[in-house]
Design a protein around this ligand. Structure first.
Ligand SMILES: CC(C)(COP(=O)(O)OP(=O)(O)OC[C@H]1O[C@@H](n2cnc3c(N)ncnc32)[C@H](O)[C@@H]1OP(=O)(O)O)[C@@H](O)C(=O)NCCC(=O)NCCS
Length: 215
């Protein structure tokens, strides 16, 4: 029996490209082999991205030979919805990590999470399901990042921080140690979070101030 796992990437946009790149960089070592994309947009079928073809719509995923999937959709709420729906259909979702990066001891990474090139996760961190830790982001010790959150490229999450479910920590933002950021919140690009932020707000600036609710 082959030890290779054939992986379909769900979503052929920007995050799909990042995941394809992760899999192409690490396929030999991880045993995860990308076989192509599916996408909700039928207009993308046949497109070739990084040598991988968009084979079908997500609805027709079953027509594509595969063993597992990664849901590579940048929108946090949509990624959660599609992940849960596909899992309910019996799909197996795998976790992917770029070989250039560092994951410390006693780190738990939930299924379907994606660690991009240069991501650094130090000891005793808990990362939930379907979380994006993007290029060169770092998460320091004993922090908790809840399901379907996104720590964007270059963001710095200090120690003992909590990031709520579906929250976006924007490009290059910093969350100081011990801060708690609620669920469904957006931390603007470049922000410096020095105090706790509640659920469902947009905060930006240095220091970060709440400017409005997300809903
Ligand atoms: C904070 C944010 C959510 C605000 O979005 P928005 O409400 O649509 O805001 P607008 O783009 O209409 O800008 C409103 C004002 O805030 C300013 N602004 C926007 N984002 C800002 C930021 N991150 N920091 C400081 N000021 C910002 C704009 O310059 C504008 O100022 P002005 O009124 O003086 O012209 C958004 O700009 C942001 O930073 N999102 C994170 C994006 C990101 O990092 N994604 C990661 C994946 S690529």
């Amino acid at each position: 029996m082959s030890s290779k796992t054939r992986v379909v990437i769900v979503g052929a946009g920007g995050q799909g490209r990042i995941v394809a790149d992760i899999l192409l960089a690490g396929a030999a070592a991880s045993g995860l082999v990308p076989v192509g994309f599916v996408d909700d947009d039928a207009g993308r079928i046949g497109a070739v991205i990084l040598g991988l073809t968009v084979q079908a719509t997500t609805r027709d995923l079953r027509d594509v030979d595969h063993d597992a999937i990664v849901v590579a959709i940048g929108d946090n709420a949509l990624r959660q919805r599609i992940s849960l729906a596909l899992e309910a259909q019996g799909e197996r979702i795998v976790t992917v990590a770029h070989p250039v990066g560092s994951v410390g001891h006693d780190v738990v990474v939930g299924r379907g999470s994606m660690l991009s090139a240069g991501a650094v996760v130090t000891p005793c961190v808990r990362i939930g399901r379907g979380v994006l830790v993007n290029t060169r982001a770092s998460i320091d010790h004993e922090s908790v990042v809840d399901d379907f959150a996104h720590v964007s490229a270059g963001a710095t999450v200090g120690a003992c921080v909590t990031i709520g479910a579906r929250t976006l920590v924007g490009l290059g933002a910093t969350v100081m140690s011990r801060c708690r950021v609620g669920a469904d919140t957006i931390v603007g690009a470049g922000a410096l979070v020095v105090r706790d932020l509640p659920d469902g707000v947009v905060a930006m600036g240095v220091p970060a101030r709440v400017i409005r609710r997300t809903t």
